[in-house]
Design a protein around this ligand. Structure first.
Ligand code: ADP
Length: 456
């Protein structure tokens, strides 16, 4: 379940409930004084009748001019009623059908309540007083249209503010949560954008206090993983390095055997096969060493020097001549003076892998062309062959580790991954396209412009 949804639930539901309770309280707090004010004006009207109640011939009567009665009954919204009664309930003046009056406990006090008259809800004020020794009851009543309108207005105002808040509160909380969770999102982005071998620490500086321990724990883990990866890499480099010397001796011995047993076809064939296997092992050992050396981030850029790419290419191709001859492959050169800033050993690994591939994947009697030149942007290295080529869909994937297309050739699928790592460590880009006349493949490495000084 999403933390955001959880927090939203924990915050929004109680907040909306509190807000609703607040709205109910606000409704009553607004309505009670409004009702009090309206009751008071009705009571004032009832009290205004008292001076007009007089005694004539020991009888109590209400002397009210017609205009005065009209003034009393005029109301813009409601119908107004009044009645003057004695304690026995006899009507002295006013509306005869006025409902029976509730009698206030004390004299000269008014009692507000709600009743029914002529089939309608009415608000009534009843008061008890004494006029010329006679106890009289006066009732003033009015329909409740005005009151209903006021209540409705209070309700509507609160409803609108409630709807507004019900939308605004979750929205504000959502925005606040998003802002609050942004350090986690940043961390996720940082981790997602990394290359698989980037184990550098996550930034802690701007992280909030709550997230810092979490980042520190991840960084500790990253350091441990990095240490163990480095230990494995050192081990790999060591083993590969240790293997190369005995293998070279082994190959030399086999070549000696080959030279001395040319006449015996069985032995010659067997030694040939052993030499192929020894070559394969040497290749694997070289690749392992290159893999261990080319780990991104581990290359010491300050130790890079200005190198002559054409010389490195010439040296490299030299060691493949024998193999090319066996397959009757025509190796062509176009080596123009080209300077790049780099690591000699890594660049040799890069060149060896690409040239080795071109020869291995080319058919018998094929052509491989190795060229380099200086262009405006920097040094360019090109190795072209007329082999099977790389299908469009695989042109990126062949640079992934262990990705192989042609399983009929021996190989590990590591060569081009190493080549790509080395190219990136040199700030270079590598790409593959179809060779001349849309046949075979052409591997192109573009180096950045080197600083201006003489190559070594
Ligand atoms: P490996 O050669 O050990 O299989 P690489 O990483 O060097 O591994 O190459 C990956 C795959 O790319 C190879 O398996 C092969 O199918 C394809 N490939 C590489 N170079 C060439 C080439 N010059 N021509 C055709 N296919 C190639």
């Amino acid at each position: 379940m999403s933390l955001r949804v959880k927090l939203l639930k924990w915050l929004v539901i109680p907040l909306l409930a509190v807000n609703l309770a607040g709205a109910a309280a606000a409704y009553w707090l607004a309505w009670i004084p409004a009702q009090g004010a309206l009751d008071q004006s009705l009571a004032d009207a009832a009290w205004a009748l008292v001076p007009h109640v007089q005694e004539t011939d020991s009888e109590i009567e209400l002397r009210l001019s017609q205009q005065a009665e009209q003034v009393l009954r005029v109301d813009h919204f409601d119908e107004v009623f009044f009645v003057v009664r004695d304690l026995k309930g006899r009507t002295i003046a006013g509306d005869k059908d006025f409902p029976q009056l509730q009698i206030p406990d004390k004299f000269n006090t008014s009692l507000p309540y709600t009743d029914m008259m002529r089939g309608e809800d009415v608000r009534v004020i009843a008061l008890k007083t004494v006029v010329a020794g006679h106890t009289i009851l006066i009732g003033a009543g009015e329909t409740r249209i005005k009151r209903r309108q006021i209540r409705f207005r209070i309700f509507l105002t609160l409803l609108i503010s409630e709807i507004f808040l019900a939308i605004l509160i979750p929205l504000m909380i959502w925005l606040a949560l998003n802002k609050g969770l942004s350090p986690l999102r940043e961390m996720q982005g940082n981790l997602e954008q990394r290359k698989s071998d980037d184990l550098s620490a996550l930034p802690v500086e701007n992280a909030p206090v709550e997230v810092t321990p979490f980042i520190v724990a991840i960084n500790n883990l990253l350091t441990r993983v990095q240490d163990s990866a480095r230990a494995k890499q050192d081990f790999l480099a060591n083993v590969a390095h240790q293997l190369r010397t005995p293998l070279a001796g082994f190959k030399a011995q086999l070549e000696w055997l080959q030279a001395h047993h040319k006449e015996d076809p069985d032995t010659a064939r067997s030694v040939d096969m052993m030499l192929v296997s020894a070559d394969r092992m040497a290749r694997k050992a070289n690749q392992l060493l290159a893999l261990a050396r080319s780990q991104p981030g581990d290359v010491d850029r300050s130790a890079m020097e200005l190198l002559s790419l054409d010389k490195l290419l010439a040296e490299s191709v030299q060691q493949f001549v024998q193999e090319a001859l066996k397959k009757n492959i025509d190796i062509g050169f176009d080596l123009q003076p080209t300077t790049v800033l780099g690591d000699r050993f890594l660049l040799r690994d890069l060149i060896d892998n690409v040239v080795d591939n071109a020869i291995r994947y080319s058919p018998v009697g094929g052509t491989v062309t190795v060229s380099c030149m200086m262009k405006e942007g920097g040094g360019v290295l090109k190795v072209e062959d007329d082999g099977p080529g790389i299908p469009e869909a695989d042109k990126d994937r062949i640079f992934s580790r262990f990705y192989r297309l042609d399983h009929s050739q021996s190989g590990s699928g590591l060569g081009l991954a190493i080549v790509r790592d080395i190219a990136h460590e040199h700030g270079a880009t590598i790409s593959v396209r179809s060779g001349a006349n849309s046949r075979g493949s052409s591997f192109l490495v573009l180096f950045p412009d080197p600083p201006q000084s003489a190559p070594v």
